[in-house]
Design a protein around this ligand. Sequence first.
Ligand code: ATP
Length: 356
Amino acid sequence: QSGNDRPDGGVPVQLLDLQRRYGSIRALDGLTLDIRPGELVALLGPSGCGKTTALRAVAGLERVDEGKIVIGSTDVTQLATSGRDIGMVFQAYSLFPHMTALENVAFGLLMRRMSRGERKRIAHHFLDVVGLIDRAERYPHQLSGGQQQRVALARALAIQPSVLLLDEPLSALDAKVRTQLRDEIRRIQLDLRTTTLFVTHDQEEAMAAADRVAVMHAGRIEQIATPIELYERPCSQRVAEFVGISNRLRGEVRDGVATVLGCTVPVLDGSVAEGSAIVLVRPECLDLVPDTEGAARVVAASFLGPIARVQVRLHDDTLVQAQIASADVARFGHGSSVKVVVRPLPALAVTATARP
Ligand code: ATP
């Protein structure tokens, strides 16, 4: 067996106050992030927030103007990529076209003084880990996109790096392959316990794969938390709106409780001012009741398997999304009048800002 059997199960990675400017653009602006040994952290954020720059800085492909990068107990800030003990998978398939899958995976081992036989044995092992042992002799053009990314993953893992860096590795794949490979990456990572930083702009992908999700904005981390914490207790309106769907509703806040659509709900942001506010409410916290007198109207419904999302236009023209059981969809046809009720769920993701 040649799995990554570090007894400590991975190394910590620390990014301390990283700064990187491109002219007047601050791509990294005080980025601080602690990744625990063996943890998978997803770096999530909108285009241009600095995710790729951060990942490339950890890889040593991009210098930083200020700050410190520590892998394990080594300050690697000034070290070249080759001295950092990292494995990387990029968005675009980066396999060597003239090498077989096996040769691609074995390639990374060339630098590590190993016999040919040993390299081949390890490459076989990691092709097996990613489920491609029967494609070992195929060339990249004979593999599907998903298979090519598996080979790229096997190549990154074969060197048994301290840190695995994934830069949108799934974004070129179609939806089904994408979720399959996402789940597989997570399973393999949990097995090997390699400390992993996974860049993505897809919040579902981040939530599904990560131990913790770090939401980036303007070159720094806005919030880092487990997927559940992030969803239920976003630290700001920006995070709440980036992670999951949020309905923006007008409400009144008094004593930590908001009145929205005639219902009262707890407000998570304790610092919110009293009085009129915008309250963010998740679709699963909005329920529908048939009501012929109701001023709200169903404008569309999408069937999502066990649940359905229903778009409702409120009396003041606001559009909201409610979530109902699919079995109930027939009761809320297009144009039907409804009353929208806010469920007082303990997990209610509610935050509020000052005046609309
Ligand atoms: P995306 O999801 O679109 O890849 P990102 O979050 O990865 O975005 P970065 O690629 O890290 O963002 O870019 C952060 C900022 O730095 C952007 O404003 C970008 O235009 C700028 N930037 C990145 N690389 C360079 C460069 N080589 N020269 C100049 N500006 C750059």
